[in-house]
Design a protein around this ligand. Structure first.
Ligand SMILES: CC(=O)N[C@H]1[C@@H](OP(=O)(O)OP(=O)(O)OC[C@H]2O[C@@H](n3ccc(=O)[nH]c3=O)[C@H](O)[C@@H]2O)O[C@H](CO)[C@@H](O)[C@@H]1O[C@H](C)C(=O)N[C@@H](C)C(=O)N[C@H](CCC(=O)O)C(=O)O
Ligand SMILES: Nc1ncnc2c1ncn2[C@@H]1O[C@H](COP(=O)(O)OP(=O)(O)OP(=O)(O)O)[C@@H](O)[C@H]1O
Ligand SMILES: N[C@H](CCC[C@H](N)C(=O)O)C(=O)O
Ligand SMILES: [Mg+2]
Length: 490
């Protein structure tokens, strides 16, 4: 492809060299370049990509996108831009032939509920005959291909590549999670979203390499509403006005509030042995009864959001109702049967907001005791630890503090931070750093009528320690524990 064609929609500061060059590929990682590639120099959280210029030129790169002047040999074209990440998004879209224009793109932002809602939307739209691509925290689904995710919202070049493969696979729409970091780092720049969703917001992701403040976090989430046609937003969220500041889209609302365009009312918790669900009535723009097999008030929000989206695709109420009944998401209130007497579930709550919603909602089902097991990730917002400790101490009858992904931190230090939080309450707790031992403790201490929540790791099948991911899937751990119990009883 000619460089000139890649620059079609790019605003750049200056070009030195020829724009006639032929480009054979694009990359932002020096380890992936080949002869004739275009290379984006990105200033990352760890290194500055500009330092790889000599290496990539040596490997045959003939076009560089940079934020600063770099010395290059003759024959190398340098495109200087204000923001290499923005340029990468625009050039990647051109490289893949603007695939987003061949898809209806639905983007979901918010602190919680994104992953769950994307799967609900996929399931509803597919029941109505659409072919739907998905990009999010767990994986990207491209036709029959599933690619495990590294980031919730991947780098722009990866998004555009996925879009292009989705078009090839016959998808007509895509539902994707749009994280605040994704917006901040311009991973979705240049995409015209058909629908943008705001689920909710609470302080989170504030710290080194994330957001500098809650204001910045809100501002970044709000960027989605400057690049979508219709914004569907949570009317009940107290920060809605700030998030919508500067929006350019048409706005529609959902929630419990009387003023919401699509309203949930008459909710009813349904509890049977081994089953927790909820049903409710949808009023306003639609008039229907909905029943879902995932418990909790937040399941009402997530499904109502999915309904609000699918309404724009003309899906029938019967299809919506049927598809929602079947909707399940890995690691999001995923029930695992270990006993006839108590209930155990795996969930992804890993911040105060999700843990509080989860435990509050489970209390509404009146368990005999609510037991909460969790740890916190290392090298992530530290506030989560104190806050989650406080939430669990206040709402659970017993907390089992353990490890999550320690990353580059000492698990004992993370546990000590959680302890600081829990000690603000009079909640009972035990500390068992090894996650498998902690789960075994929970199972062995389960009593009739208890609800046990294993929080924080959800779909993850690994534990990350010092840059290495070791296999660790809670479903497997549970099976091993039950097997070991059987053997020791035999
Ligand atoms: C802070 C952050 O966002 N980091 C992301 C970023 O890495 P980075 O900025 O650290 O990159 P870097 O290692 O400094 O490298 C800078 C540049 O040099 C290049 N490089 C680097 C080394 C080399 O040898 N050669 C080379 O060319 C890199 O390719 C890059 O272009 O670019 C990587 C590749 O796209 C991402 O995977 C990585 O996400 C990391 C894993 C991460 O943890 N990100 C979190 C904060 C995040 O983005 N989370 C959100 C929200 C999650 C949620 O929903 O809660 C998400 O969307 O995932
Ligand atoms: N609408 C909601 N409001 C509050 N908590 C929620 C909501 N939906 C789900 N949760 C809780 O948050 C956890 C994560 O939910 P989900 O994965 O759907 O959110 P997410 O926005 O994708 O989060 P992440 O940014 O971590 O990927 C769930 O396991 C559940 O405990
Ligand atoms: N998307 C979240 C994942 C956290 C999951 C939890 N298991 C942890 O490792 O902290 C984040 O990057 O903050
Ligand atoms: Mg997610």
């Amino acid at each position: 492809m000619k460089l000139m064609d890649l620059l079609e929609r790019l605003e750049y500061e200056c070009v030195s060299g020829s724009v006639d060059a032929e480009v054979n590929g694009i990359a932002n990682d020096s380890r992936h370049v080949e002869e004739g590639f275009l290379f984006f120099c990105i200033r990352g959280a760890v290194v500055d990509g500009h330092k790889y210029v000599p290496e990539v030129v040596e490997k045959g790169v003939r076009v560089l996108v940079t934020e600063e002047a770099v010395p290059v040999p003759e024959g190398v074209t340098v495109i200087k831009v204000k923001d290499s990440r923005y340029a990468m998004a625009v050039i990647s879209a051109a490289w893949f032939g603007y695939p987003a224009e061949k898809l209806k793109v639905i983007g979901i932002t918010g602190t919680k509920g994104k992953t769950t809602t994307t799967y609900m939307v996929k399931s509803i739209l597919e029941s109505a005959g659409h072919k739907v691509g998905l990009i999010g925290t767990i994986e990207a689904i491209i036709g029959d291909t599933v690619v495990p995710a590294t980031n919730t919202t991947p780098e722009s070049c990866t998004i555009q590549e996925y879009f292009s493969k989705m078009v090839d696979a016959g998808c007509d729409c895509v539902v994707m999670e749009v994280s605040s970091q994704g917006l901040m780092l311009r991973r979705t720049a240049g995409i015209s979203f058909e629908i943008g969703i705001f689920t909710n917001i609470q302080p989170d992701h504030i710290g080194p390499a994330e957001h500098e403040s809650f204001e910045d976090y809100m501002r970044c989430k709000g960027l989605l509403f400057r690049q979508c046609r219709i914004g569907i937003v949570n009317a009940d969220d107290s920060h809605l006005t700030q998030v919508l500041e500067g929006h350019t889209c048409k706005v529609e609302t959902f929630g419990f509030s009387e003023k919401a365009d699509l309203r949930a009312e008459r909710t009813r918790m349904v509890a049977r042995p081994g089953y927790l669900g909820i049903d409710y009535h949808v009023a306003g723009l639609l008039d229907m009864d909905v029943e879902i097999d995932i418990p909790g008030t937040f399941s009402v929000y997530n499904s109502l959001t999915a309904i609000a989206i699918c309404r724009h695709f003309g899906v029938s109420q019967t299809d919506i109702i049927e598809a929602l009944k079947k909707a399940r998401v890995k690691g999001r209130i995923e029930m695992v049967k270990v006993s006839d007497e108590f209930t155990l579930m795996i969930d992804y709550a890993h911040n105060a907001m999700s843990l509080e919603s989860l435990l509050t909602t489970l209390q509404e089902y009146h368990p005999r005791r609510l037991i909460c097991l969790f740890g916190c990730g290392g090298n992530r917002a530290k506030a989560r630890r104190y806050e989650m400790g406080e939430v669990s101490g206040r709402l659970a009858d017993l907390t089992i503090i353990t490890s999550d992904n320690p990353r580059f931190e000492n698990p004992e230090d993370i546990i000590a931070d959680i302890r600081t939080g829990i000690e603000k309450t009079d909640g009972k707790y035990v500390e068992i750093p090894d996650r498998k031992e902690a789960i075994a403790y929970a199972i062995h201490h389960g009593e009739p009528g208890d609800v046990i929540v294993l929080a924080g790791k959800g779909h993850e099948d690994y534990q990350e320690i010092r840059g290495k991911k070791y296999p660790m899937d809670e479903r497997v751990l549970i099976r091993e524990i039950l097997e070991e119990d059987r053997k020791s009883q035999a």
